[in-house]
Write a new protein. Structure first.
Length: 499
């Protein structure tokens, strides 16, 4: 804290930045350990308040949940900060004289409703504009245009640190435009490219999707890893086939896609979506919703032509909403890193006739004994399980465990040796698996919410001992309570599985 007070705090303040800041304490697992004296948390909170920080947080690599909480807090704060930029008054230090403002922007009052301050730039905000020489060097793919002329159809301007792309306006025949990994705030110049078919504007500073005039025949759009907070209205893009909005700040699937009947691939991974909605009538074949806040799959049944679904790293506890009658063409399902605990949930997938690839690990259910054999017995048509091929030998072994040929063996033995008694010599049987599950987890076919880290004892240790996950969750709840709770004054321990 001494370095923070005397060096890093004044250094940050000298930049004049208005962005919110956090004070983060690392190696928090050492707090309370013998031989590792740590600064009291109250002192840390007071130091953060003195520096004007938004909050004081602690994390440790030993507790991945605490690191995730710090990242989520930072990303949510960044979203809120950039979302209100257009409401904030401009910095007086950058304000121009009245006479210059009137001369330079005679239509400011008219354009204010169309442009956000984040997207409007002056000279000081545009240190690296692209020039036409750079654009010419980026051209490739010579081909025919819609007017039967010969021109270059592709431009790659990736990773150049560009802040504006006005020089692209004269190149109206471009069909493939790649402006990823720059510092763009708006794509307004691309409105002049009426023939554009494919756009890659990932890894920029965009805060909305409708920041450029819609081209006539746009087919694919990649706006991943920006700062977009709303899905927007894509209805004007009648021919849109693929849309990638991964890694943004979208919290809801709005109705902006209902008119995109040609949309086949939609990627909304790494956002803050909690419900699957407003996808009725779409002909999606691939849907990616990984790393969101989904607790159920309700709403996905509207996608009758879906072939691939990725919902890994959510908080889903049941996949009962998946029905073969609703999605008969489903071929690939990724539900790994969720809270699926019962093997009966997997058995519900047996009715999907084309399901050949399933990803479950890591879920608590994978800790059941002979997990792969249990899954393959229930889903014999699988070709890949948890990204590992399923050979025919493994399927045969799974069926032997469940006694697929036990009656035939006994019948043949009785016919050949009628005076001898039949002995089942299988090393593993269904009954043994059930007994093992009861001994380990206390119930059959259910690994519990923490898998082998059973808080009641068993693989997790003696009764009363917290698992690592429980300890991390408890520390998070304590941090929320110390900060006033959500809402203020309320520490939500009721919805948390107490250790």
């Amino acid at each position: 804290l001494l370095h923070l007070k005397e060096r890093y705090g004044p250094m940050h303040m000298s930049t004049g930045s208005e962005a919110p800041t956090f004070v983060v304490g690392l190696k928090s697992d050492l707090r309370g350990a013998q031989g590792h004296p740590c600064v009291e948390e109250d002192v840390c909170f007071e130091a953060a308040d003195r520096l004007g920080a938004l909050a004081y947080l602690e994390c440790s690599a030993v507790w991945p949940e605490s690191v995730q909480r710090v990242m989520e807090e930072a990303l949510a704060t960044a979203k809120d900060y950039y979302a209100v930029q257009w409401q904030l008054c401009p910095d007086p230090s950058f304000a121009a004289p009245d006479r210059l403002t009137t001369a330079a922007h005679p239509r400011d009052s008219e354009e204010q409703q169309f442009w956000l301050d984040h997207e409007r730039q002056n000279i000081s905000d545009d240190p690296r504009p692209v020039d036409q020489d750079t654009v010419r060097q980026s051209l490739s793919m010579l081909g025919r245009t819609s007017s039967r002329q010969t021109a270059y159809l592709r431009s790659d301007l990736s990773g150049l640190g560009l802040t504006s792309i006005d020089a692209l306006r004269p190149f109206q025949h471009l069909q493939f435009v790649n402006v990823s990994r720059n510092q763009l705030r708006t794509l307004e110049p691309l409105g002049a490219l009426r023939c554009m078919l494919h756009l890659n504007a990932s890894h920029n500073g965009l805060i909305r999707t409708q920041c450029f005039t819609a081209p006539d025949f746009l087919e694919t759009a990649d706006l991943s890893y920006n700062m977009i907070g709303d899905l927007g209205d894509w209805g004007v893009h009648k021919y849109l086939r693929e849309l990638n909005l991964r890694g943004n700040f979208i919290s809801r699937i709005g109705p902006g896609l209902l008119n995109n009947k040609e949309l086949k691939v939609l990627d909304l991974s790494e956002n803050h979506i909690s419900n699957i909605e407003n996808l009725d009538g779409l002909k999606l074949q691939e849907l990616y919703l990984a790393q969101n806040q989904l607790s159920s799959l309700k709403g996905v049944a509207a996608l009758q032509k879906l072939q691939s679904l990725d919902v890994r790293h959510n908080v889903i506890t049941s996949i009962a909403a998946l029905q073969a009658e609703d999605m008969p063409r489903l071929r690939k399902l990724c539900i790994s890193d969720n809270r699926i605990t019962q093997i009966a949930e997997v058995a519900g997938l047996e009715s999907f006739p084309f399901l050949c690839e399933l990803l479950l690990a890591p879920c608590p259910v994978v800790e059941l004994p002979y997990y792969r054999s249990q899954v393959l017995h229930r889903l014999p048509r699988l070709r890949s399980l948890d990204a590992s091929p399923v050979p025919a030998e493994e399927k045969v072994k799974a069926e032997i465990i469940y006694g697929c040929d036990a009656e035939a063996r006994e019948q043949i033995f009785t016919e050949l040796l009628p005076k001898e008694s039949f002995v089942d010599r299988r090393l593993v049987t269904q009954e043994q698996i059930a007994a093992h599950e009861v001994d380990t987890f206390g119930q059959e076919g259910d690994a519990g919410p923490y898998g082998g880290a059973n808080p009641a004892g068993g693989a997790g240790g003696p009764a009363g001992e917290r698992s690592r996950l429980q300890e991390a969750k408890l520390r998070q709840r304590l941090a929320v309570a110390r900060g006033g709770g959500e809402p203020t004054g309320v520490g939500d321990f009721e919805n948390f599985a107490a250790p």
